[in-house]
Design a protein around this ligand. Sequence first.
Ligand SMILES: [Zn+2]
Ligand SMILES: [Zn+2]
Length: 325
Amino acid sequence: MATLRVAVKPEAAPMKAAQISKPGADFELIERKIPEPGAGQVRIKVQACGVCHSDVLTKEGLWPGIQYPRVPGHEVAGVIDEVGAGVSAWKKGQRVGVGWHGGRDGTCRECQRGDFRNCQNLKIPGISYDGGYQQYMVAPVEALAAIPETLSDTEAAPLLCAGITTYNALRHSGAFPGDLVAVQGIGGLGHLGIQFANKFGYKVVAIGRGSENALLAKKLGASVYIDSGSTNAAEALQKLGGARVILATAPSSKAMSELIDGLGPNGKLVVIGAAGTSADSEDTLNFAELSGVRPMIETYPLEKAAEAYERMLSGKAQFRVVLTM
Ligand SMILES: [Zn+2]
Ligand SMILES: [Zn+2]
């Protein structure tokens, strides 16, 4: 009797991912095939991924056109593990990060003007394609930022979103060294904003609620702390001469409008907006390495993605939550 022999190609080892199967669903820890990078893409062995408030867009299906299942995560730090066809500028083994700017078409009007962060077909990791809540992910080369040697993966991850937004807002704010710059809010964004503002050479005023953050604010580089719960912050700023820039990091229009009177002549209230490109990410990482700016983090293993997400939502984390693989 003849024996039928079937040659079976060995299945590639699966990997773990934390996905959302539909809008509003809980996190599911699944195993699936390790993805292959296409042309112009690399595969990243993810080491750490920040848990950001914007991940709510994926969890709750708040982004128009988002498709499911989807793996969230746009604060990714890892190592290139495979490169796709046509990739020459990046090599296997290189440490890279991916932030909010996850790819562009390169052809729309904005891209042709070099205004990549306003690309009409901007791709966002964790929304347009699967992000960093998994052991391996694929990303296009224009999304990659090189991670400097002395920054760890867990430190680099939050800098790719919370870091870049505060760093970019301050460096384009028009304030000069020695100017009075106020940072409103001492949280995930604010604790980085205070550090950057200090390292930029500003006189930094931190504005928070309650007295419990005063010590921390000074440790981070603020020379003055204003408790907006017990003091009129705008008047206090005026007594200091008025702020050249107020960086608003807590999304409260009431708190912001109350601060406007604290601005000096030609002063500017800067509201944190969209993150920049991968080039801005690299600038942020390099400046952090150079100056010693570091995020304060709480880490959770990927298996506890749901718990990590709840912790982020609670607003009690000190200050950024990061998943490790
Ligand atoms: Zn983010
Ligand atoms: Zn474009």
